[in-house]
Design a protein around this ligand. Structure first.
Ligand code: G2I
Length: 445
């Protein structure tokens, strides 16, 4: 069979998978698939964003996963999930060395079961710290920081699209660092965190995330820009910058946000809008923010900070896209229309810098009544990390010629070369769903 090229691009992937399933069921030997679905307007935020290879996410609050009105909207509209509080320091390591993942796992499992990816939020933050951590300083605090990064990232290895490694390390109003217990351990704490994170899960994108860095003229924006520039020049591993985008009276949206996104992207990082909400949810502001992301090839996705207004951390500002009844607000329509206005085309965001790209190609292998095999060929790099995500309820049961790890549910696999070259394989128990998995490839350093 002619191999199917599967790029790190959701629309194409979905299209190819559907085409492959159709063609396989028709018994065709070779498959030629026209790229047409990108021309079809999306009817949800996720599918509209996917037309241009982007994601559209939401913060998910684990306490609301039992609310069917909430999960219906979240499940339908979004294809990326950020746990709102459940991965924070106080939640994941309430006592030193004792990790608790119950609440975060519930969200990650829900996301994976519903075909969504996950942004990890957040590993190191001045806020949300457990008591034991607040009482540490100096080298003991440094070590605790690294141990925390290792403990959390090991648990979620291969399952997180991007981690907010460090959150909110800069002070408002100046280009200086924010005072915090981490900062008092020395300026290099941020790069130590990023280096530890890279070693802990090489497949995850590593982001610096902050608020009030959207306006290019603000000193805080310049401070973060200088840090990212320095990191890229010195080879400190950083892949993305998250712009929280909590717009309100004191920190209003400004059209120079696009300049900010462009300038950061030009440093060689992806940019993401990570916690978007706008006081009063004016449709025009939401549309402008979406337009800014779409204008920047390396802006690879947008996340809103909650589903319905009452779910918001600042619910009295009614800043979100759905009202308390779960109805779509004018801002929703503005966002959907803006996403659908994007020119369909190749992925806007190379998953890696030039010279570090790779592509994973799937082709059909053996088939049995209960399972099937796929051959995977990686091109563009000999040192790669391929992440494979299976649609529910398929499970990975075996691999060959590759070094692979997977999550306990066997639905997400991370694969690296094992010395057998760039062609390898996987066997999948299909449980009635023969849809091929999605894959993304990332060239390692
Ligand atoms: O403050 C807005 C966001 C700014 N950027 C970082 C984000 O992590 C932050 O999110 C908010 C959550 O939306 C709130 O839900 O972070 C707050 C502080 O962690 C969250 O609030 C906390 C309350 O302060 C706690 O009292 C409460 O127990 O939420 C907790 C769980 O509901």
């Amino acid at each position: 069979m002619e191999p199917l090229k599967v790029m790190a691009r959701p629309v194409i992937r979905r299209m190819l998978v559907l085409g492959a399933v159709a063609a396989l069921s028709m018994g065709l030997a070779a498959i030629a698939i026209a790229d047409t679905s990108a021309d079809t307007p999306g009817t949800t935020l996720g599918t509209a964003a996917a037309r241009s290879g982007r994601y559209f996410g939401t913060a998910i609050n684990g306490s609301k996963l039992g609310d069917p009105a909430y999960t219906t909207i979240a499940g339908r509209e979004f294809d990326m999930v950020t746990p709102e509080n459940e991965m924070k320091l106080d939640a994941t390591e309430p006592r030193q060395g004792q990790f608790v993942f119950t609440s975060a796992d519930r969200i990650v499992d829900w996301a994976v079961q519903n075909g969504k990816r996950v942004r990890g939020h957040t590993l190191v933050w001045h806020s949300g710290q457990p008591q034991w951590l607040q009482s540490l300083s100096g080298s003991a605090l440094r070590q605790a920081m690294v141990d925390h990064i290792n403990g959390v990232m090991a648990h979620y290895k291969g399952r997180i699209y991007a981690w907010d490694v460090v959150d909110e390390a800069f002070a408002d109003g100046t280009g200086a660092r924010r005072d915090s217990n981490f900062q008092r351990t020395g300026d290099d704490w941020i790069e130590v965190a990023f280096r530890a994170a890279r070693a802990a899960d090489p497949a995850a994108k590593l982001c610096y995330n902050d608020y009030n860095i959207e306006n290019w003229t603000w000193a805080k924006t310049q401070g973060v820009y200088a840090m990212v520039k320095d990191f890229k020049q010195r080879g400190v591993p950083i892949d993305c910058v998250g712009f929280q985008s909590h717009f309100a009276g004191g920190s209003p949206y400004d059209a120079n946000f696009r300049t900010t996104l462009q300038n950061f992207a030009a440093l060689g990082v992806d940019v993401q809008i990570t916690e978007l909400d706008v006081q009063g949810a004016p449709a025009a502001t939401y549309a402008a923010v979406v337009g800014d992301c779409l204008a920047v090839p390396r802006c690879d996705g947008i996340t809103v900070w909650g589903v319905r207004d009452p779910d918001s951390w600042r619910s009295s500002d009614t800043p979100l896209l759905f009202d308390g009844d779960g109805d779509k607000k004018p801002a929703y329509t503005a966002v959907l229309d803006a996403l659908n206005a994007a020119v369909p085309g190749p992925s806007p965001s190379p998953a890696q810098s030039p010279g570090r790209s790779c592509t994973a190609t799937l082709s059909a292998g053996a088939k049995w009544p209960d399972r099937y095999s796929l051959r995977v060929t990686v091109t563009g790099s000999d040192d790669w990390v391929v992440t494979m995500t299976l649609p529910h309820p398929e499970k990975i049961i075996a691999t060959w010629n590759v070094s692979a790890t997977w999550n306990p549910a066997r639905t997400v696999m991370t694969a690296r070369p094992d010395g057998h070259g760039n062609t390898w394989g996987v066997t999948i128990k299909h449980h009635g769903n023969r849809t091929w998995p999605t894959v993304s490839c990332r060239a390692a350093r």
